[in-house]
Write a protein that binds this ligand. Sequence first.
Ligand SMILES: Nc1ncnc2c1ncn2[C@@H]1O[C@H](COP(=O)(O)OP(=O)(O)OP(=O)(O)O)[C@@H](O)[C@H]1O
Length: 429
Amino acid sequence: MNVKVDTDGTVAHQDDAGDVLLSVRNLRKYFPIKDGVLQNVVGHVKAVDGVSFDIRRGETVGLVGESGCGKSTLSGCVSGLTDPTGGSVHFNTRGRGSAHGPLDEGDRIDRMDRATFAKYRRNVQMVFQDNFASLNPRQLVVDIVGRPLRVHGIASGTALQEKVVELLEQVGLGRQHLYRYPHQFSGGQRQRISIARALALDPELIVLDEPTSALDVSVQAQILNLLNDLQAERHLAYLFITHDLSVVRHMADRTITMYLGKVVEEGPTQDLFETPEHPYTKVLLAAKPDLDDDPDVPIQTLAGSIPDPARPPSGCRFHTRCPVATSTCGWEIDDIVRELETREDLFDKLVGVDRKSDLEATLTFSDSAAAHAVWEAIRSDSVPETMRDAIETLDVRDGALMVRFAKPSAIELREVGTGHRAACILAGE
Ligand SMILES: Nc1ncnc2c1ncn2[C@@H]1O[C@H](COP(=O)(O)OP(=O)(O)OP(=O)(O)O)[C@@H](O)[C@H]1O
């Protein structure tokens, strides 16, 4: 296996470099937060923050995580619809069956010449959850499915119509559906139309963004079976985005877990489900037990809400909600501020945070009683014990509270099994 470590420390892997269709390297997408009449940029939402992974030909990669963790933003960058802030997306445009080496700078989608970029765009198609929004309600099926063929000059007239019939038949529809509008179909049938449209240009990769989330369970199964059949027939690769872990387990060869813009774990689906190594993956799996799990084992659920992606926690971003966090997982000054935010009476009296670094600051309060109350609170059970253990210095003087945290451990994705990586200091123990 050829494991490459990127300059930022994220592990980029090319187990079978010749087969890699898509490579994402240290990808970042930050959305500006604007404020006031002048719309000044006052911060950034770090929707995707240093993500690296590969997709091989014919493989299904599942992408899971809570709402807001950056899945759709990542899929937008992969399919060229969203420009990343940093990092790169590489795509092999040499076509099926071509002999070639690992993807390199020449395969970066933002550096491709026009003709190569057009090839990439043809080769990567998307299917969304909300097929009502993605299918034009005023267009007939023949126009919806035929449009890519017409736009790319592949077919016109009767040939186009016949090609559309062929595509419809591949997704379980037929000639009788050519001249109907989207609203005349059921949800499952509309998703079949979306899939037929995605297949029109014979892509090598389809990004499926929650493709079955809006469907009834029985219809869901039919669509998943159809996707499996199409993959086998056409050697398609899928990036399968979903919050439904049972779907990922059924569909994906490899699974990636994302939390707050970062990959926290990735690996062969079976390994990840049977021996999850990151506490976040463990909690996700525990929150969605399989029917054959022991009903006497209590379902673990996540405490607290997902932190603000404009101010993600440092170290392991999950440490603020992690049931097994240690004192070296990344506790910092912002964790004190986050705790204060939950105590309105004290937060209102916080007048300044003078930071020397993420780990050291003087917090100033409008009166010394408030500073003392916070000092007491930090020393008591009202903050996580591991956070208390991470504090090296805690002094209070008049209205000022001086805090210094110990330096946290470096948290990086590291190998915990064959092709299985987790970004947790406890992983593999
Ligand atoms: N155009 C945008 N402008 C500003 N912030 C955005 C934009 N698009 C997404 N975000 C923010 O980026 C973060 C990631 O959003 P994204 O939609 O990628 O997450 P997701 O995991 O796909 O969630 P969901 O499952 O709910 O779609 C969220 O905090 C979201 O509010």
